[in-house]
Ligand binder design. Structure first.
Ligand SMILES: Cc1cc2nc3c(=O)[nH]c(=O)nc-3n(C[C@H](O)[C@H](O)[C@H](O)COP(=O)(O)OP(=O)(O)OC[C@H]3O[C@@H](n4cnc5c(N)ncnc54)[C@H](O)[C@@H]3O)c2cc1C
Length: 463
C-alpha cells in the first residue's frame, strides 16, 4: 500500500553525469536507502542480502547463537539482536525516512503506536522497499564472502546463493556500498577472573525473552537503551538484578526507583571462583548469570582493502565524514556507521551524497584534502580525550553533520520539529525510562510533523 505521506522529494530518476554499476551489501534500512538513491540517480544496482527478506536487524527471530557470548568466530551467526518485547526508542515521526514518513497506519495488523513494536518497523521497511521497487534489485539468500579491488580499479564481489548448488560467483562492479549493519558482533566487558567464575554469561545479542532468568540472580552490565529495557523486563521474573555500569556511583549502591529487586552498582571489579562477583568497597554478590548489554563491534569479514580500511578499537578508518576512505573514494563507501543518531534520516542523506558523487553531480575534495581532514578529526578526538571506540559516536552533532551533507546534495536541511523532537525524546527517556513510550510532552511537535507530512502530499499531488 502506498504511503499517503509520500513526499514531494519522490522525484523521478535524475539524469546522471555518469552511471555506475554498484553493489550494495545488505538490504536493511541502510541498504534499502542506498538502493533507492543510487537508482534514482541513474546507477544500476545489485543488492546482496543473505536473508530471505528485506529489513535487516528488524527481522525478529527467536533463534539465538550456540555461543551465548558470541566469542567463537566459527559459530553460526544470527543477524538480528532484537528481543521479543522491543519497541522503538525513537518516536516514529522522527525515526522514519524523510522521504517516506513513518506515519501511523490504523489498518489491519499494523501497530499505530508512536513508539511501535519491532514488527511494525519491519512492515514499514517492507513498504519502503515496495514503494520504490527495491525488491527487484535484491538478490536474496545471497551472502557476500569477499570484496576486493582488481588491478583495473574495478571491485570484485564474491557471493554465494544459500542452500544452492551454485558455486561462488565473482562479479565486477564500479563501486561498492557497504550496508551490513553493526549490531551483530558482540562486544563484551572485560571482567578480571571471569574465566574461573562458574556462572553463565550471555550477551544481549542472544537475549530474547525473560523466562530463562526466572528466580536467578543476574548481574547486567550496561546503561544503553537495551540495558534499560532488559533490566526491567528481567526484574519481573528474576530474584535479583544488579545493574553494573561505569555511570553508576562507586560510592553507594541504591535500588532502582520502583523496584525492590534491582540495584544500581558500580562496574564489577572481578568475578571469583566461588561464584561471587566483587564490586568496589568490598561488596560481593553471589550471582548466576552475567548479562552483557555492552554493545557491538564493527565487523566486515568480507572486505579486503589490503589494509587501507581497518577496524581499530571500533574505529573504522580512515573515513572521510564516516563514509569514504580517501584513497578509495568514491568507489568504496560505508553507510550507517554513526551511532547516537536517528539512523534512517541520516542513511538517506549519506546515500544521496554517495549516489550524487558517483554520478559526478556532486564533487568530493581531493584525496589529500580528505586525508588531512580525517587526520584533523582524529587529532581533535584525541585532544579531547575521546577514545577511538567513540569515533562514530555522534552525540551532539548529528544534525550539523546531516545538514552539511544536505548542503552538498542540495537537499533541504533537517526540519526544526525533527531536531526538537529528537532532543525532547532524549530528555523524556532520561526522565521517564519506564514510561517515555506512553507519556510525553511534545504533542505540538507531533502535530507539526503530521502537518509537514500532509504538506508534502499536497505538493506532490499538485506537481
Ligand atoms: C536492539 C536494537 C534496537 C534498536 N532500536 C532502534 C530504534 O528504536 N530506532 C532506530 O531508528 N534504530 C534502532 N536501532 C538501530 C538499527 O540498527 C538501525 O535503525 C538500522 O535498522 C540498521 O540498519 P542497517 O541496514 O545499517 O543494518 P541491518 O539492519 O543490520 O542490515 C544489514 C543487512 O546486511 C545483511 N548482510 C550482512 N552481511 C552480509 C553479507 N556478507 N552478505 C549479504 N548480506 C549481508 C544482513 O543480513 C542485514 O539484512 C536499534 C538497534 C538494535 C540492535
Amino acid at each position: 500500500m502506498r504511503n499517503p505521506f509520500l513526499s514531494i522529494r519522490h522525484f523521478s530518476t535524475m539524469s546522471p553525469v555518469a552511471a555506475c554499476h554498484v553493489a550494495v551489501i545488505g538490504a536493511g534500512a541502510s541498504g534499502l536507502a542506498a538502493a533507492r538513491h543510487l537508482r534514482r540517480e541513474g546507477h544500476s544496482v545489485v543488492v546482496f542480502e543473505k536473508e530471505s527478506q528485506v529489513g535487516g536487524i528488524w527481522i525478529y527471530t527467536n533463534h539465538t547463537e550456540p555461543d551465548p557470548l558470541g566469542l567463537d568466530p566459527t559459530r553460526p551467526r544470527v543477524h538480528s539482536s532484537l528481543y521479543s518485547s522491543l519497541r522503538t526508542n525513537l518516536p516514529r515521526e522522527s525515526m522514519g525516512f524523510r522521504e517516506y514518513p513513518f506515519a501511523a497506519k490504523k489498518t489491519g495488523q499494523r501497530d499505530p503506536r508512536r513508539f511501535p513494536g519491532h514488527s511494525e518497523v519491519l512492515e514499514y521497511l517492507k513498504d519502503y522497499a515496495s514503494e520504490f521497487g527495491i525488491g527487484e534489485l535484491v538478490r536474496f539468500e545471497t551472502e557476500v564472502s569477499r570484496v576486493w579491488r582488481r588491478g583495473s580499479g574495478k571491485w570484485e564481489v564474491r557471493s554465494r546463493k544459500k542452500n544452492g548448488d551454485d558455486e561462488d560467483i565473482n562479479e565486477a562492479f564500479d563501486a561498492v556500498v557497504v550496508c551490513n549493519g553493526h549490531y551483530t558482533e558482540p562486544r563484551i566487558a572485560h571482567i578480571p577472573g571471569v574465566d574461573r567464575w562458574p556462572g553463565k554469561q550471555i550477551h544481549s545479542h542472544n537475549y530474547r525473552v525473560p523466562e530463562p532468568f526466572q528466580n536467578k540472580i543476574v548481574v547486567l552490565i550496561g546503561s544503553s537503551a537495551s540495558a534499560v529495557d532488559i533490566s526491567r523486563e528481567i526484574a519481573s521474573v528474576a530474584n535479583e538484578v544488579h545493574i553494573a555500569s561505569w555511570s553508576n556511583s562507586t560510592e553507594e549502591s541504591a535500588t532502582l526507583p520502583g523496584y525492590d529487586n534491582v540495584w544500581l552498582r558500580p562496574m564489577i571489579e572481578s568475578a571469583n571462583e566461588d561464584g561471587t562477583i566483587s564490586f568496589p568497597h568490598g561488596l560481593k554478590i553471589s550471582a548466576d548469570i552475567i548479562l552483557h548489554c555492552t554493545g557491538y563491534k564493527y565487523h566486515f569479514p568480507f572486505l579486503d582493502t589490503e589494509g587501507i580500511v581497518t577496524v581499530d578499537d571500533n574505529r573504522v578508518g580512515p573515513l572521510y565524514k564516516h563514509v569514504f576512505p580517501p584513497s578509495l573514494a568514491p568507489w568504496l563507501s560505508f553507510v550507517g556507521l554513526p551511532w547516537k543518531v536517528a539512523p534512517f534520516p541520516q542513511y538517506e542523506l549519506q546515500c544521496e551524497w554517495i549516489a550524487g558523487i558517483l554520478s559526478g553531480r556532486i564533487s568530493l575534495p581531493s584525496e589529500e584534502e580528505m586525508t588531512k581532514e580525517v587526520e584533523a578529526f582524529y587529532d581533535s578526538l584525541k585532544a579531547s580525550g575521546v577514545p577511538k571506540r567513540y569515533t562514530h559516536n555522534m552525540t551532539g552533532y548529528q544534525f550539523e553533520y546531516n545538514d552539511w551533507i544536505a548542503m552538498q546534495c542540495g537537499t533541504p536541511k533537517t526540519e526544526e520539529w525533527r531536531i526538537k523532537m529528537y532532543h525532547a525524546t532524549s530528555l523524556n527517556r532520561n526522565a521517564r525510562p519506564e514510561s517515555y513510550r506512553e507519556e510525553w510532552e511534545d504533542d505540538d511537535l507531533v502535530m507539526q510533523a503530521y502537518q509537514d507530512f500532509a504538506k508534502q502530499i499536497s505538493c506532490k499531488q499538485a506537481s
